[in-house]
Design a protein around this ligand. Structure first.
Ligand SMILES: [Zn+2]
Length: 191
């Protein structure tokens, strides 16, 4: 049984001495994980290239408008998936107007820091808790030291979905999820 270790901010014994890392932390930093799937996302290897600061800043500021368009798009075309995710009628109305409901986030599957773009196929609406786990448990340990211009192979959590489906619900209703995935397939690549 492998338990997950949190970083411990231990006081440094000596100036310049770093707190020792656990085996799990060292493995995560090298893209080695004791699981192949997390929160319904499958681990996948990609080339992570950090764009220069200017490009990252430009993409982040352009994302404001794209996020609004993306939410309007899924609000208009993927209502069953939004309902399956657990949104209320009121929250679905918000999505249709281009706003993420409280507690939800639009995630870049390949983050802007890794060279990801503001394309609909690179975006997914999902709850904040599983979202933050994708970053903290999988990506952050591998890319923490990377600077502008750096490039290396990185394991990222990937899904083709644009609306998060709880993996437990996915298991319970495989038929429905397959239909939603097919509907998404036909809508992809429009942004
Ligand atoms: Zn994210």
């Amino acid at each position: 049984m492998i338990t997950e270790d949190k970083f411990v901010h231990a006081k440094r014994a000596k100036k310049g001495a770093k707190p020792p890392k656990t085996a799990a932390q060292l493995n995560a930093a090298q893209g080695k994980f004791p699981f192949t799937e997390i929160n319904g996302f499958k681990l996948k290897e990609v080339e992570w290239t950090v764009p220069d600061k200017k490009t990252r800043k430009r993409r982040r500021s352009a994302f404001g408008k794209v996020r609004e368009e993306f939410l309007k798009h899924i609000g208009a075309t993927m209502e069953p998936a939004l309902r399956e995710m657990g949104l209320t009628d009121k929250q679905i109305e918000q999505v249709k107007k281009g706003t993420a409901p409280n507690g939800y986030n639009v995630h870049h599957k390949l983050p802007i820091h890794g060279g990801g773009k503001n394309e609909f196929s690179n975006l997914i609406l999902m709850p904040i808790k599983p979202h933050d786990e994708l970053h903290h448990k999988v990506m952050d340990p591998q890319v923490a030291q990377m600077q502008s211009g750096d490039s290396k192979k990185v394991i990222i959590p990937w899904t083709d979905d644009m609306v998060y489906v709880d993996p437990e619900r996915k298991k319970a209703q495989p038929q429905k999820s397959v239909l939603i995935a097919k509907a998404m397939e036909s809508r992809r690549g429009r942004a």
